[in-house]
Design a protein around this ligand. Structure first.
Ligand SMILES: NC(=O)c1ccc[n+]([C@@H]2O[C@H](COP(=O)([O-])OP(=O)(O)OC[C@H]3O[C@@H](n4cnc5c(N)ncnc54)[C@H](O)[C@@H]3O)[C@@H](O)[C@H]2O)c1
Length: 394
């Protein structure tokens, strides 16, 4: 009988499994961390467990993109309630790597955090990770993000968002998990002008390869739910902002330029409306949804319609947004007030790939988890600026 023990180290390394020989059969094979098998048979027990704020669920949770903006906040939150978190990231240089490292450094201070530096597009490495990791839940956030960059570097989106996503699904197929939760995006709605955007709306005209890759993820997850019973939930995030945010996104970019006295590029002549969603609201939603793996009776159809015949596939899709769109000009004015400095505006036409307006219908999410984002743009921007000025000492 072979018992496999693998060790995760806080310095970010993973020791290959040690094989121990037993003369009598042990009751369970232990991989690491706290008990709780990852087999399909144990799903119901695990998902029905009550979350204890101090000890968590006792599950090992894989968070991909853990050095990224949302992954960092999620890992922090899960660790704070006692979960065992394996964070994965390849620390690529799409934006300032030192910001990713600084996030990671904070996570590494937690005893229950284990870091794996890995590219999800590496098929063999991801297969090994799943074989050795025995994850009960996976929150897949690693992606090549950004609408505009997808015009410059389309291959990065295929490698990470399509090949990498497939590797994650295959990992879950061969080493079944209790819940696979992944990030989709409001960009899938394309030029949909039916507001607010509802999950059942048509989403077959993506305006960028980024949007196409995210929509593809939703469909691919559906297939794995259908074929292999993978409990999968997609969350369409709507413009997330807050402390430790992404340098390529508007709030970060505007803050840096305004403080440096440089003009800020305002696309679509400032006529955008965005459902800006504060990071803590996103994390609250993700954590609550993670607790509720889809069951066969709560399935939606691949079109996303919540009214599809029930009983088919453990697959769900939700919007998670603030449900209160704000015009870009109001967002900028609020930032000016918080910074105490006027912006110099460089008014520019709509960028190729950009969506004019976003506005999330979040009724379905609220029904499921009893939560709706509520942080005002003013509060969120204040929190961001407080972090930014302290972090960059400006
Ligand atoms: N921030 C938003 O407003 C927003 C909106 C909609 C959807 N999303 C989605 O949410 C998720 C998280 O976004 P974020 O804002 O935190 O972005 P982010 O870029 O800060 O985080 C993504 C992380 O994934 C890592 N990564 C990228 N490619 C990888 C690969 N091949 N292998 C391993 N790691 C890789 C990056 O290094 C990065 O740290 C993404 O899937 C993104 O598409 C974000």
């Amino acid at each position: 009988m072979i018992l496999i023990i693998a060790t995760w180290h806080h310095n970010g390394t993973f020791t290959a499994p040690v094989h121990l020989r037993y003369s009598v059969a042990p009751s369970v094979g232990i991989a690491k961390g706290k008990p709780g098998g990852a087999g399909r048979g144990s799903q119901a027990d695990q998902s029905n467990r009550q979350v204890n704020d101090k000890t968590g669920t006792g599950m090992t949770i894989l968070v991909t993109g853990a050095a990224g903006f949302i992954g960092f906040h999620l890992a922090k939150r899960l660790l704070a309630r006692g979960e065992e978190v394996v964070g994965l990231d390849n620390l690529n240089d799409y934006y300032d790597v030192s910001l990713k490292e600084a996030r990671l450094q904070r996570l590494r201070q937690e005893a229950n955090f284990h870091f794996v530096r890995q590219d999800i597009a590496d098929r063999d490495a991801i297969a090994r990770l799943f074989a050795e990791g025995r994850f009960q839940r996976v929150v897949h956030l690693a992606a090549q993000a950004g609408v505009r960059y997808s015009i410059q570097n389309p291959h990065a989106y295929i490698e990470t968002n399509i090949v990498g996503f497939t590797n994650m699904l295959e990992g879950c197929r061969h080493h079944p998990v209790d819940h696979f939760l992944y990030a989709s995006s409001s960009s899938v709605y394309g030029a949909n002008n039916r507001l607010p955007f509802a999950v059942g709306d048509r989403v077959d005209q993506p305006l960028s390869l980024y949007a196409a890759s995210k929509r593809s993820n939703e469909l691919m997850a559906y297939t794995y739910s259908h074929l292999y019973g993978l409990p999968a939930t997609g969350l369409r995030f709507f413009t997330v902002y807050g402390p430790w945010g992404r340098p390529d996104m508007a709030l970060f970019l505007f803050t840096r330029k305004i403080l440096a006295g440089e003009p800020i590029p305002v696309f679509n002549y400032g006529q955008h409306q965005r459902d800006f969603t504060y990071i803590d609201d996103i994390i609250e939603g993700v954590v609550r949804v993670l607790e509720q793996p889809p069951r066969h009776h709560s399935a939606q159809s691949a079109s996303g319609s919540a009214t599809a015949p029930a009983g088919m596939v453990p697959w769900r899709l939700y919007n998670i947004g603030n449900n209160q769109p704000v015009s870009l000009m109001v967002y900028i004015q609020t930032l000016e007030e918080v910074l105490g400095k006027k912006a110099e505006l460089q008014l520019l036409p709509l960028q190729p790939g950009d969506v004019p307006d976003t506005y999330a219908d979040i009724e379905e999410l609220e029904k499921l988890v009893g939560f709706r984002p509520s942080t005002t743009v003013r509060t969120g921007i204040e929190q961001f600026v407080a972090w930014y000025t302290q972090y960059y000492r400006v």
